[in-house]
Write a protein that binds this ligand. Structure first.
Ligand SMILES: Nc1ncnc2c1ncn2[C@@H]1O[C@H](COP(=O)(O)OP(=O)(O)OP(=O)(O)O)[C@@H](O)[C@H]1O
Ligand SMILES: [Mg+2]
Length: 149
């Protein structure tokens, strides 16, 4: 059973990466879509209860925000993997401006998240953390941030 936690500012490529790598295997939990923490908690609990693999596709910039998923996943015996989407905030902001079909994230949102960003570390309970960098136009480079525990 695998729980995957994404961490990265708006426009860092998280949802695109999910579609490419996890769409067929992991349920996606995304607060923008669910809108409320109540719905998010219900869906998280359902995945854990059903032993269903899932991805938390939120910005998750701080240790505290990630702990809300990591703690219950570890308690239920999931292996928790982190993906850190490292990106230049100006480039992410530009990509946000280009996006169609959704309201562009304001600069304050992108740069505000960047300021709060705490890169994930094994101490939080991750068995493995990978760093993801996007390579335009469609590529991703994934490298381990720390050797697997
Ligand atoms: N490898 C890539 N190269 C260039 N552009 C990319 C790449 N992957 C995704 N993009 C573009 O970057 C923009 C942001 O991608 P995406 O929606 O996946 O980001 P996100 O991290 O999910 O953002 P948010 O947190 O706001 O949901 C999109 O317009 C997407 O098409
Ligand atoms: Mg997204």
């Amino acid at each position: 059973m695998q729980a995957v936690i994404f961490c990265g500012i708006q426009g860092s490529g998280k949802s695109t990466f999910y579609l490419e790598r996890f769409f067929d295997t992991h349920l996606r939990i995304n607060l923008d879509m669910l809108r409320t923490r109540h719905r998010e908690r219900r869906l998280l609990a359902a995945c854990i209860d059903a032993r269903q693999r899932f991805v938390i596709d939120n910005t998750n910039p701080t240790v505290e925000e990630r702990a809300r998923y990591i703690a219950p996943a570890l308690a239920a015996g999931f292996e928790v993997t982190g993906y850190f989407f490292a990106t230049d905030p100006r480039a992410a902001f530009e990509r946000n401006q280009q996006r169609s079909g959704r309201v562009a994230v304001p600069a304050a949102g992108v740069f505000g998240t960047y300021k709060r960003l705490q890169p994930p570390t094994p101490d939080e309970g991750f068995a493995r953390i990978d760093r993801v960098e996007l390579v335009p136009p469609r590529g991703f480079v994934v490298t381990p941030m720390r050797p697997p525990a």
